[in-house]
Design a protein around this ligand. Structure first.
Ligand SMILES: *Cc1c(COP(=O)(O)O)cnc(C)c1O
Length: 462
């Protein structure tokens, strides 16, 4: 499986380039100051290596750009829709395919249809938009990932797995009611560090759901990365084609939500796919109300065409090997520098444990945000804090300040954008940052909005 060569050959060559504008430390100090130490407020052109997110930040192939030129912009029944529908059905086998402008629109439509007060939707770990859309309908969102999935040091190969004992307890408790309209499973488990779900766990979750007559849906954003992990980590799958692993994964579910900004290799888009005819009729009404006619659903014909092509490219093994190995490469190098990270490295990002790396900075002073600022100043790199700056704040019930369980800095890798030398540069910057880590200071919030404060709050350095 693994190549005997250490160098990761990107399985593409570069045909079109986008300049990265070099900056000096002095300039970066000015930009960070101007952004009040909030990296969301820095202009992208002032970033050298942008690892803020892997969502919608990937590069399209020549074949995708060519497909865009052929996009059919007819209002109803456009050719590009049928191409997209066929590409989705080829992988998923699901019957009704609704394009949406991104993943959360698919979520909103699905949960508006099945959710209401008193209902419950379990998942391994709900992604934040998934949870928000479920809770917006007054439905309860429950996370039931296995214990290993909550332990950053555990090397368990499938830390995204569902806890089947807890799921059965939940089903048993609500047996004979219609409290649980569906069960979700997120592949890979984004909020849990991009950790995969095994085929065995997916199959057993599906069997359990069937016994209780509850439909199972995939949050399929990173289905191809998950399939690759199954291939390299789960016995019995070594010699299977990625596409056939993907098809088996979807054979266990009755529906899926998808953000095409991840594993469909496009910059915008999503879809909702499902089998049930009655549910599909309700979904279609909502789709028309807010996304658009069901054969375009908030997207241009050219977007659908690129998405159809992207779904074929994402299951290519050379691409996935490069994708997973290059993320691993960054993680391994950081470990070698003595930097504590969440193990094992997931598919789309490396998460640094800033609490362990900077024990002298207390959670109330945002160690991961301090590290994010230092990385920017040192090398123009942008990561994102996932810790008490993002999830903390005043608890509305107790009036006390609450803190996140972990203080992480996420370095998300955009798809097909950076080369090994870009990543080597990131590693070199870290080797400097780590030397001065004892001198790093925390931050204090000076101004914050009432919700989702990490997007716009201002901070000052202590
Ligand atoms: C990104 C993401 C979503 C939401 O998709 P958007 O396209 O950003 O709306 C939902 N679930 C998971 C697991 C995701 O990673």
């Amino acid at each position: 499986m693994e190549s005997k060569f250490k160098t990761i050959i990107e399985p593409f060559r570069i045909k079109m380039v986008e300049p990265i504008v070099m900056t000096t430390r002095k300039e970066r100090e000015k930009y960070l100051d101007g952004a009040d130490n909030n990296l969301f407020l820095i202009k992208a052109e002032h970033i050298l290596i942008d690892l803020l997110t892997d969502s919608g930040t990937g590069a399209m192939s020549a074949a995708q750009w060519a497909a865009m030129m052929e996009g059919d912009e007819s209002y109803a029944g456009c050719r590009s829709y049928y191409k997209m529908r066929d590409a989705v059905q080829d992988l998923t086998g699901l019957k009704h395919i609704f394009p949406t402008h991104q993943g959360r629109a698919a979520e909103r439509i699905l949960f508006t249809t099945v959710g209401e007060e008193g209902k419950i939707i379990p998942n391994n770990t709900h992604f934040d938009t998934t949870r928000a859309n479920i809770e917006f309908t007054k439905t309860e969102a429950i996370d039931l990932v296995i214990e290993e999935g909550k332990n950053p040091a555990s090397e368990y190969p499938f830390k995204g797995n569902m806890d089947l004992v807890k799921l059965e307890e939940l089903f048993e408790k609500h047996k004979g009611t219609d409290h649980i309209p569906l069960c979700m499973l997120t592949v890979t488990n984004n909020s849990g560090g991009g950790q995969p779900v095994s085929m065995k766990n997916l199959k057993e979750t599906s069997e359990l759901c069937k016994r209780y007559n509850i439909p199972l849906f995939l949050d399929a954003c990173r289905f191809a990365e998950n399939a690759y992990f199954i291939k390299i980590r789960e016995p019995g799958f070594e010699n299977r084609e990625i596409k056939s692993i993907v098809q088996e994964m979807f054979s266990y579910v009755q529906g899926a939500t998808m953000s095409s900004k991840k594993d469909a290799l496009v910059n915008m888009g999503g879809f909702l796919a499902l089998n049930d005819d009655a549910l599909a009729a309700e979904v279609q009404n909502l789709e028309i109300l807010t996304e658009g006619y069901p054969t375009y659903g908030g997207l241009s014909g050219r977007d659908l065409a690129a998405l159809a092509q992207g779904l074929q490219e994402v299951v290519e093994e050379d691409y996935l090997e490069y994708r997973i190995r290059s993320t691993q490469y960054l993680g391994d190098a950081l470990v070698e520098l003595g930097i504590p990270i969440v193990r094992p490295v997931g598919g789309h990002a490396v998460y640094i444990d800033a609490k362990a790396m900077l024990p002298h900075i207390e959670p109330k002073d945002f160690p991961a945000q301090a590290l994010a600022c230092e990385l920017y100043l040192e090398g123009g790199i942008r990561g994102v804090e996932i810790g008490s700056f993002m999830f903390g704040g005043i608890d509305p019930k107790t009036g006390k300040e609450r803190f996140s369980e972990m203080e992480l800095l996420r370095l998300a890798i955009p798809r097909r954008v950076y080369t090994q030398s870009h990543i080597d540069y990131v590693i070199e910057v870290f080797s400097h940052v780590v030397k001065n880590s004892k001198l790093m200071r925390g931050l204090t919030i000076t101004e914050e909005p009432p919700f989702l404060r990490h997007f716009s709050a201002k901070l000052k350095r202590n």
